[in-house]
Structures are given as structure tokens and as C-alpha cells.
Design a binder for this molecule. Structure first.
Ligand SMILES: [Zn+2]
Length: 376
């Protein structure tokens, strides 16, 4: 059995209709797993109870559960948007882009289903295995059931908490050790406050652009390069990338130079340039997925390295390098083809030539002249 703390699995009781504060958990005590992940489930909250409010039975007692507690709080704040709320709780996600709300509350209600869930936890499942089993509940259950807050799924919250936890845990700059963790909820609360002020993190948004001005269908392979660029950054910084679209990424990290150097090298290799907005602030001040909201936010453009001198002819696509190839002659020569028909000649640099030489995804394009009845 793996006894590793899986941070994604910290919100076990949100899959059920039980209270999140364990106040009605007594009848399941015999099934409570004895794993580090379960320790995280019980200890990831740290809240000084208000009068009349049910206190959680435990608080972080070691480095792992403390980091989970900070990561959970950060992830929740980051994906919650409403400033105030009124009305009934809704345990299903409200889809902003599709107003038809998911109305079926799929949370586990029967004791036997909850016991099965606890038995699965006791076996120490990986997040991937757990997700396969409970995906329907995880995607339909709102992380926060308050009206206006119920737009983030529990699954999104789990993934985000896992990433943030590992970013904190693997950091060489952010330090906390077991001996600093106090033995009361108040002591841990103070430590959370202290570390959230001391630990400074970067939030950065990278947007990617082409150097090329494509003018033939084959030049559209630059979209593949863009896709490959984002995939490569996601692979290298799997936990730091907290959002990615087709042309931009949002990153959360501690060491700015390390990230910038790596991205500079990937972007340069793939013939792109990037505009980045970034800010470094204490963890407690980073509340929105928007670097521009941080005081002292800066921006920079990551350009590819230019040669010291560029002698003509200049590449007709990017206009940033000397042209070393002639299209289509050099392309045809590779395959022993002889140029036929009237086709313009273009001077291209090595990079733009390589991009245009990528196999075309439009496989039927070369057959258009023969099959013009089909394609009109
Ligand atoms: Zn070029």
C-alpha cells in the first residue's frame, strides 16, 4: 500500500452528504483509513471556531499537512469569485457558458456507498484511479456550494490544490519544518499567517506570438509549433502551469530566472516570441489568476536572439534572418523532384524553410488538380 499523502484527495467528505466538519462521522469511525492521505483529509483545515460553530477535530500537525492546508486555502481563494452571496446552497456546478444548471446531486448518501469510499481510501489509491471511479461526482459537485461560488467543480479544486501543494513542497526557497508546527489550532493559525506573509511567489501570464507572417497553407504548421511549445512547457513545469489555453499559460513559481531561462530557450527554438506579465508578492496577496492585479506587476517581451548582422536576401516569412533556402527548388531537390508549372520563388531562412517543409496535414491538397470535380 502506498502511504504517500496524495494532496488531490484531501476533500473526501465533499463527495458525500456528510458534514465537511466530521460532526456526523461517528458511525463511520471504524472505517476511517490509517493512511497519510487520510491524515491530510482530517488535518487540512485550520480554523479558529467562532462561537456556536462546530470546530474541526484536528489541525495540521506536520510539514505535509501544513503545506496541504496552505495549498487548499490558496486554491480555494484563487477559484472563488463572488464577493458576497445570498440564497440556498447548491451542491452542483453552475455552468456559466451553459445556463442550464446540472441539477442532479450525485453525492454519496447511503451508508454503504460512503463505507465503500472509505475502503477505497484505505487502499491508498492514486489520484488517477480515484478520478476514474468517481469522475461523475467530481465534475458535477461544486467545490463551494454557496450561490455565486458554485462555478468551480470539486475536480478543478483538487487538481489545483495538488499542483500548489507540490510547488510548495518542492521549493528550495520556502521553508517550514515539523518543529515550527505548534500544537494548537491557534498556533498553526499564526504560523499560516506568518508563512503567507513571508513566502513570496511569482504569478506570470505568458502569451505566445508568431514571428512569421504565413502566406501559404503549408506555413500554417506554425500552429503545430505553438501547440508543441505549450505542451513542452506543461511537461517541464507540470505543477507550475495552473492554466493553459491554445496561446497562453498562467504560471505560479518561486524562482523567476530559472523559469524565464527555460521558457526563453523553448520559445526561441520554436520560432515564437512571448509577452509576459509577472509579479512577485507574498502568498497572502495572490488572490486572483491575474498578474496585473499584483502591485509591482512588470512586463517583458521574450524575443528570439537575432544574428549580429543579417545579409540580404532576407527571409520573406519572418524577415528576421538571412534567407538560406529557395522555395520550392530546395524542397524539391530533397526528393529528386523537378519543378514544373509556374510557381513563384521565395527566399526563406532555415527555420521558416523547416516549418514549411513539415508534412502537410491537408493530405488531399496535392490531389486537388486531379480531383477537381470532387473539390469544385
Ligand atoms: Zn524566416
Amino acid at each position: 500500500m502506498s502511504n504517500e499523502l496524495i494532496p488531490e484527495l484531501h476533500d473526501c467528505l465533499k463527495l458525500t452528504t456528510l458534514q465537511h466538519n466530521f460532526s456526523d462521522f461517528d458511525r463511520f469511525l471504524n472505517y476511517a483509513p490509517n493512511t497519510r492521505t487520510w491524515k491530510g483529509v482530517i488535518q487540512h483545515h485550520c480554523k479558529i471556531p467562532k462561537q456556536g460553530e462546530e470546530a474541526f477535530p484536528a489541525w495540521p500537525t506536520d510539514r505535509e499537512t501544513f503545506l496541504l492546508h496552505i495549498a487548499d486555502g490558496f486554491a480555494s481563494g484563487f477559484s472563488r469569485h463572488a464577493q458576497s452571496y445570498k440564497g440556498e446552497k447548491s451542491f452542483t456546478v453552475h455552468k456559466l457558458w451553459n445556463p442550464r444548471q446540472i441539477t442532479e446531486d450525485l453525492r454519496l448518501k447511503k451508508d454503504e456507498d460512503i463505507i465503500q469510499l472509505l475502503r477505497i481510501y484505505a487502499k491508498g489509491p492514486s489520484f488517477e484511479d480515484f478520478k476514474k471511479k468517481y469522475e461523475r461526482i467530481l465534475t458535477s459537485r461544486a467545490e463551494d456550494a454557496h450561490p455565486g461560488m458554485n462555478i468551480t467543480s470539486l475536480l478543478t479544486h483538487m487538481v489545483l490544490t495538488g499542483k500548489i501543494y507540490r510547488v510548495f513542497k518542492s521549493s528550495k526557497i520556502l521553508q517550514v519544518n515539523d518543529s515550527e508546527i505548534g500544537n494548537s489550532v491557534e498556533a498553526v493559525f499564526k504560523l499560516t499567517d506568518k508563512k503567507s506573509r513571508e513566502w513570496k511567489m511569482h504569478l506570470a501570464r505568458f502569451k505566445f506570438y508568431f514571428n512569421q507572417n504565413p502566406f501559404r497553407v503549408r506555413d500554417l504548421s506554425i500552429f503545430d509549433l505553438l501547440n508543441e511549445t505549450i505542451s513542452e512547457i506543461k511537461r517541464k513545469f507540470s505543477d507550475n502551469v495552473i492554466f493553459a489555453s491554445t496561446d497562453e499559460i498562467l504560471m505560479f513559481y518561486d524562482e523567476h530566472d530559472k523559469v524565464m531561462n527555460e521558457i526563453r530557450s523553448i520559445v526561441g527554438k520554436n520560432c515564437l516570441f512571448s509577452f509576459v506579465e509577472f509579479g512577485q508578492r507574498p502568498v497572502e496577496e495572490i488572490k486572483k489568476p491575474e498578474p496585473a492585479s499584483l502591485s509591482g506587476c512588470q512586463s517583458e517581451t521574450i524575443y528570439p536572439l537575432l544574428q549580429e548582422s543579417i545579409s540580404p536576401p532576407i527571409c520573406e516569412i519572418c524577415q528576421m534572418s538571412s534567407a538560406t533556402k529557395i522555395w520550392p527548388d530546395d524542397y524539391n531537390t530533397q526528393f529528386g523532384l523537378i519543378r514544373d508549372g509556374i510557381e513563384g520563388t521565395e527566399h526563406l531562412c532555415d527555420d521558416c524553410f523547416q516549418i514549411r517543409s513539415r508534412p502537410s496535414k491537408l493530405r488531399k491538397l496535392s490531389k486537388w488538380p486531379e480531383e477537381n470535380t470532387e473539390y469544385g
